[in-house]
Write a protein that binds this ligand. Sequence first.
Ligand code: SF4
Length: 214
Amino acid sequence: MKPAQIENFFATLQAANPNPQTELEFSSVFELLAAVLLSAQATDVGVNKATRKLFAVANTPQKILALGLSGLEEHIKTIGLFRSKAKHLMETCRMLVDLHGGRVPADRESLEALPGVGRKTANVVLNVAFGQPTMAVDTHLFRLGNRTGLAPGKTPLEVELKLLKRIPARYMVDAHHWLILHGRYVCQARKPLCWQCSVNQACGYKLKTPAPAD
Ligand code: SF4
């Protein structure tokens, strides 16, 4: 995509949704970190369902530690991979208490040192909680980056670095949300809804889905 198309792409998404938000529910930085950690290979809807009950009883590292591993597992057992996620969340809570005074650190290095927290999760926390212009490349951003021509790359990191280079600064903080929502509801994996896509003109995909016949 050329710079003018990229400008058009994000101006269109911004006009339709000026204040995009994550669909994960949270009311503190710690809740956000825990929800993102639990969301790997799970839907936001499924995570929200479990965390609504979990956070009602334990929404700080200290309170999660007090639940104990089996208590935590019981709360999140509806989420895929819950055993390993519970273990990681317990270990992360322990580190937050021991090393960071129970608070979520605002730098990449400290975040990525937490068990179960990789580059993508750190990018989400830095972006959503701390307003940093980071780009968390999940399955939707990876697909859109390649499909639209916005940021083609063979790995999530390659796509991330290209997105950071190509997206105009004024769109950077919100771009992650616009791309996720567009990938989730319009530019879907199996069959993108190109005929009703607001950024169709700017998009460089060669095999756009035609409108269904009446
Ligand atoms: S035109 Fe199609 S491929 Fe391009 S962004 Fe829209 S839905 Fe995705």
